[in-house]
Write a protein that binds this ligand. Structure first.
Ligand code: GLU
Length: 455
């Protein structure tokens, strides 16, 4: 039986998250939601130079906007003691060894290997150093970096997206876990935290497939060394998104940042639907809630190839998302713009199908409730129309009753009948059904507008 899933999203707070990062976060969050599991937000901030608290905070704001509420949040920078203990356990087990090559020396080695047609795999020469040789290098002022000694075997896992997967670790360099300055690269802290927090499924981008082979060995080594009790988690590697022009997304691609999309008025639910459905075998469609999206989530439907992300398609999806939102779903957002009271629901239902971003409601509310400058295209015709406005109360039939009489009296029809009315009543060439707007505008305003007065 599938255990209660514990998943995590682990961004480095070195920039703002973009749609590709949000996709990883959403796949994790929705998976946990669907299976009643837990979602942890972990900031991978061991790179002290590049990590910034302001980015961590911005990421939390972006996730909250998307509707992602983590069960727990923590930062790796607060947990260094755990990583030291794990490194010590690996040293004790003979799996972490000091290396003294400089970056230039490593580069020369790689070039020599390439010239001979060999793969650029680290040759483990530091592993052969005697204690005396190491001591000599240290007296010369060299500080070691530390590599994890891989077993030369094949790592296997059953990937929830990619199916049975394997990587031959003999083709990989022993990964550096600790830098010369004693700081950790991403690889070890991630495994230590996943073990400590009992993460049992890692859903991340396929750029991490090689890390997975290495990390499976690290999980096994730490468990064997008694430095962690859990088990090796399951893995799911989703395909990556590229920009519409085919380049990879980066934290610098401002317009596709989540904050940028929010500022453009894109609906968060549309971002979520796009993030989950783009790059899967399910066609892009608007959803009414994250619960609906979670219920339909199926990791095995994610495609194996890179997918282009088209912002124009997202804008269209965002508009279609708005068109289907119930009044209850937007009540608070409308109220935040002072759109409240007995007309608010009818107003929303009248305008939702005609807006492309939520903020468009502000203009339409002004048209219904506020004042607009007069636009009289045909004063004589409008005066006739005004004279025969029916008595209130008005419902959606008022418009048809009124315009039918007007049609008979004036002989006008089609655009000649409707266009001057729309222009006078709303100040706009196009917009929501007048049958729905007219009762909201009401007779006092309608008469004034038809008579060319500001109302
Ligand atoms: N900090 C890593 C990243 O942003 C996390 C990868 C992982 O999920 O293990 O790529």
């Amino acid at each position: 039986m599938m255990p209660h899933p514990i998943v995590r999203f682990a961004p480095s707070p070195t920039g703002y998250i973009h749609i590709g990062n949000a996709r990883t976060a959403l796949l994790n969050f929705l998976y946990a939601k669907k299976h009643h599991g837990e979602f942890i937000l972990r900031f991978d901030d061991t790179d002290v130079e590049r990590s910034k608290e302001e980015f961590a905070q911005a990421i939390e704001v972006d996730l909250a906007w998307l509707g992602i509420a983590p069960h727990a949040v923590f930062r790796q920078s607060e947990r260094i003691a755990l990583y030291h203990a794990a490194a010590e356990a690996l040293r004790g087990a003979g799996r972490l060894y000091p290396c003294y090559e400089t970056a230039e020396e490593l580069d020369r080695k790689r070039k020599r290997q390439q010239a001979r047609g060999l793969p650029p795999v680290y040759d483990r020469s530091s592993l052969d150093l005697s204690a005396a040789e190491r001591a000599k290098l240290e007296t010369e002022g060299r500080r070691p970096h530390w590599r994890f000694k891989l077993d030369q075997k094949i790592a296997h896992w059953s990937d929830l997206v990619r199916g049975e997967s394997h990587i031959d670790c003999a083709s990989l360099s022993d990964p550096v876990l600790l830098r010369e300055d004693g700081t950790y690269l991403y690889t070890l802290p991630s495994v230590v935290d996943d073990l400590d927090r009992r993460v049992n499924l890692i859903i991340r981008g396929e750029d991490h497939v090689t890390n997975t082979a290495v990390q499976i060995q690290l999980f096994e080594a730490l468990i064997a060394a008694g430095s962690g009790s859990g088990a090796v988690p399951g893995f799911a590697h989703h395909n990556l998104l590229s920009s519409a022009s085919g380049e990879g997304l980066s934290k610098r691609t401002g317009s596709l940042s989540i904050g940028g999309l929010r500022e453009q008025g894109i609906e968060s639910l549309a971002v979520a639907a796009a993030a989950v459905l783009i790059g899967s075998s399910v066609a892009l469609h608007p959803v009414a809630s994250l619960d609906e999206l979670a219920a339909s989530l199926d990791l095995s439907q994610i495609s194996r190839t890179q997918t282009r992300f088209d912002p124009v398609e997202l804008a269209g999806l965002s508009a279609r998302t708005l068109h289907g939102l119930s009044f209850e779903a937007v009540r608070d957002r409308l109220a935040a713009h002072d759109i409240a009271g007995y007309k608010a629901k009818a107003f929303w239902l009248a305008v939702r199908g005609n807006i492309s971003t939520f903020l468009d409601v502000v203009d339409w509310w002004r048209i219904v409730e506020g004042e607009i400058p007069p636009v009289a295209e045909d004063a004589e015709f409008l005066a006739k129309a005004c004279d025969i406005l029916p008595e209130e109360p008005w419902d959606e039939t008022a418009w048809t009753v009124w315009t039918n009489v007007l049609k008979d009296r004036t002989g006008r029809k089609g655009r000649a009948l409707y266009h001057p009315l729309r222009l006078a009543l709303t100040g706009r060439e196009t917009g929501p059904e007048l049958a729905a707007l007219l009762p909201l505008i009401g007779k006092v305003k309608a008469s004034a507008r038809l008579s060319g007065r500001v109302a």
